[in-house]
Design a protein around this ligand. Sequence first.
Ligand SMILES: *Cc1c(COP(=O)(O)O)cnc(C)c1O
Length: 378
Amino acid sequence: MNSGQLSEKMMGLVLANGEMKRVVDVRSDTVTKPTDAMRVAMAQAQVDDDVLCSDPTAATLQQQMAKIMGKEAALFVPSGTMGNLISVLVHCEVRGSEVIVGSNSHIHVYENGGISTIGHVYPHLVENETDGTMDIKKVEAAIRPSGGDDMYYATTRLICIENTHANSGGRCITAEYTDKIGELAKHHGLKLHVDGARIFNASTALGVPVDRLVQAADSVSVCLSKGLGAPVGTVIVGSHEFIAKAKKLRKTLGGGMRQVGVLCAAGLIALNDMVGRLREDHKNCRILAESLNAIDGFHVRLDAVETNIVFVDLSVDSAFGAEELCEAMKEKGILFMPVGHMRFRLVTHHQISEDDVRYAIACFRDISVRLQTRRKIT
Ligand SMILES: *Cc1c(COP(=O)(O)O)cnc(C)c1O
């Protein structure tokens, strides 16, 4: 079975009569399944107890990631959520810490408030602009006065930014912006954490090496299980001291894993073989964005589509909502996520070909007309 057949089998839904139904799953880049090369590497991985000593494959992945990101050390953790939680908690280990974080950031919106509920870290929200950044003046204004005989304020210890910024549609944060935030942090004695779940998408789209993008960061979390296609895992990077503390915290949180090389072997393939092809996801996403924007009643902010995520807004007078559209498209095998009532999101990844994109667009055209006219008749 060649890889084409295998991925076809993975992508298709086998019907009761044994026929394949075409499925285009653009819900997220987290739906990616391990490639054949990953499965082979996983089967052959050299492993050992990574809690008792060190798993050789985990060690290799961590060394490579640290080098690529331009940091001293790295640590493999089970998820991006745990990577961010550990990073924030290491930087804010003293009780009474406050972190400046975007109001629309993954850490704030989608991580169960873990930095507070588990870490006792207080979030100070700064509004995210539509491009995913936070106004630097607003960030500066959010830094609490400290020292003297202050009796009122939590102590600001950390700033978090996100690159690419998921909720703004996968927009890239530039090296220059990150440098400025880094300077501000340094000036006030704060640390900077970059939630770089999709940092390689940013690097690809901006044409800037990842280590340059995160040069000003004290720590970065990088997802292997999004567009890079690994089944599991995030790597956090930072100084030796940061990683030593992170390792202890990972164990506390139950993230110390034994023969973890099985997972890291897939991570190594993700890092070495999958980064170079992200440009194709971006190209396919652009085709989706432009073609969907051309459909009656669909609106895409084309200048906001920079990587592999596209948000589509329905016209205010649309006869159908995003949930209804999503349900109707499911019958055609097109899977995506509604974001509220009038908006939906699509994410391209390595299992989505240009042909899949064209097929999805044709289905969107058909279904939107069907829903529109059905409503007019009734
Ligand atoms: C997916 C994601 C995470 C969390 O990753 P999980 O592995 O799903 O926990 C963190 N930040 C951003 C920006 C993400 O997109």
